[in-house]
Design a protein around this ligand. Structure first.
Ligand code: SAH
Length: 238
């Protein structure tokens, strides 16, 4: 094999995009992204692109994973809660950084697949849970870090409750169709919005402190749930 491995080329690109944290970059090199996506998309595994998962969900673009992971400032041994397991890729990146990860997914099928894959790859420091992540996962709280990988209308209060003091939370917050990445620090006096990065576009966080589920009719034939917000119900196929 001549030339650089695809993961190395991706990481060089992420460096040029401003990612500086070597722990993040080397975690991205170690996680085999091609195993977290459908076989027919594997040629795109190391392109800087978001890709479709089953059930209308998406695996985030590598630059977004890198930006969020860098903003989280994870150190080995920290307890990290992720909301929105999806493929399990982000959880694997956090596990590679030495975190003890609890990741919550509302769709049982995705949770089961991610759990099996993470176990197969030897990520024993990740626990995949099925449930409404807008309520966090109180059984394993408090967390040093919390990362939300679905678009929230606001930071769910339960997540701030379950964050340790001096902890950090990163979440895409805004509208269903577009968000900014918020970095929140929890201080003794309460949560402080440390910075806003972005803009980004995530699939919606659906649940008690998220968005309501969209009527299934509007999803028909679509791969991106976000698109269901467009007012096209009259044009939906019967
Ligand atoms: N981090 C994932 C991508 C997340 S896509 C990866 O690395 O592949 C967003 C995921 O959030 C979807 O799988 C979706 O089902 C899930 N989700 C949406 N609302 C949720 C909720 N309330 N609790 C847990 N997961 C949720």
């Amino acid at each position: 094999m001549g030339g650089e491995a695809p993961a190395q080329i991706l990481v060089a690109h992420l460096r040029r995009q401003g990612i500086r944290d070597e722990a993040v970059l080397s975690a991205l090199i170690r996680v085999p992204r091609e195993l977290f996506i459908a076989q027919e998309l594997r040629h795109l595994a190391y392109a800087d692109e978001a890709l479709p998962l089953e059930e209308g969900q998406t695996i985030s673009q590598p630059i977004v994973v890198a930006t969020m992971t860098e903003a989280l400032k994870v150190t080995p041994g920290q307890r990290v809660l992720e909301i929105g397991t999806g493929s399990g890729y982000q959880a694997a990146v956090l596990a590679e950084m030495g975190a003890e990860v609890v990741t919550v997914e509302r769709l049982p099928r995705l949770a089961d697949q991610a759990r099996a894959l993470l176990r197969h790859l030897g990520y024993h420091n990740v626990a995949v849970r099925t449930g409404d992540g807008t309520l966090g996962w109180p059984a394993a709280a408090p967390y040093d870090r919390i990362i939300v990988t679905a678009a929230a209308p606001a930071v769910p209060p339960a997540l701030l409750d379950q964050l340790r003091e001096a902890g950090r939370l990163v979440a895409p917050v805004g509208q269903r169709r577009g968000q900014r990445l918020l970095i929140v620090r929890k201080e003794a006096t309460g949560p402080v919005e440390a910075a806003a990065l972005g803009p980004v576009r995530f699939v919606p966080l659906i649940g008690t402190a998220g968005w309501p589920e969209t009527p299934p009719l509007l999803h028909r034939g679509r791969t991106e749930p976000d698109d269901s917000d467009s007012v096209e119900s009259t044009a939906a196929p019967k």
